[in-house]
Design a protein around this ligand. Sequence first.
Ligand code: ADP
Length: 392
Amino acid sequence: MIEKKDVLAALSKVRGPDLEGDLVSLGLVSDPVISGDSVMFAITVDASRAAELEPLRQAAEKAVSKLLGVGKVMAALTAEVKAGSKAAGRTQPPAGAKMDPPPPMAGQGAPGPKAQAAQTMAGVPGVKHIVAVASGKGGVGKSTTSVNLALGLQANGLKVGILDADIYGPSVPRLLGITGRPEPVAPGSRTLKPLQGFGLAAMSMGFLVEEDTPMIWRGPMVMSALQQMLREVAWGDLDVLIVDMPPGTGDAQLTLAQQTPLSGAVIVSTPQDLALIDARKGLNMFRRVDVPVLGIVENMSYFICNKCGERHEIFGHGGAAAEAEKLGLPFLGEVPLDKDLRMRSDAGQPIVVSAPDSLHAGIYRNIAAVVWSSIEGDAAGQKRSAPRIIVE
Ligand code: ADP
């Protein structure tokens, strides 16, 4: 049985970044997560020194792996961006970034303290907008929506990437039919090249760990892994980076929403009431961190029988549209339940590219167009205000 105190004792023998003190007494180590014979922890370092401190990360891993009973050790370097630091500034992208700040949200008045906190977040160089796709619970089609929304944006002429932040059950590799491991941009570099699928730049935990690796990651571990996937990947110039969020609205999701410079979020829900209650939690979560919710997608909305051609509303229908109206949010569209969509998804042939003339592909392209116009403003260059969320 591995104990936290032994892990911390081992780490207290590792010198700090400037060979002064040790990792533990300098307060740089997160609470270690122990799962079976695996140990995971994060070391907080200055973002600008991440590459230089790779040997420190390795030394920490090595120190812990020497402990009796320890199998796999995973240490991640994580950076804390301080408000007002040079790297910070959602409104002041780092050098090299071509991005404009996200449009001001008309009608929302002066930014509140939470919004100001969000503005101190460093952007991802070259990435103009980051949009989260979230759901209150798993299995509602969040990943399917993320991939097809990304491809829909691309079909509308944009440069798009997808970050699979569903660290517990990464499905983007399967949905895009991508296998392989990301390579560093240069030998010894920590920055990875994203993989490519149907023209999308893609990064997923699924590319980095074996499928049977337990994913019992919590809190800080999830965060540091995700921040690395966001910031230590050479995304290149992207108009939109879609983030397929982990399902649910727990602490990890909240922190992710808080620490990612999001232009907005899309909530996916099925028509069932229960899912809508969960979807409301999703809305509340983004509201708490002042991320504009761009709208709701109702997935598995209805079913058109391919024999009789009749429309069947299996889960009831229209719940998401009614809910969206009640909350004063745009309803982005309804995606029917469809066997062909499921089969194509499971075969790594997303419907937007494999059947571009299908009803579904059209729906996703429309959703993409609405999402783009609400984050970027319409063709006349008028910045459209993000919807104001009113949650009872
Ligand atoms: P989540 O990311 O919310 O867990 P997924 O996108 O992985 O959900 O979808 C769960 C399952 O439902 C997958 O097998 C997927 O192919 C299927 N699915 C999603 N949307 C639809 C739909 N509109 N019609 C039929 N099957 C769907």
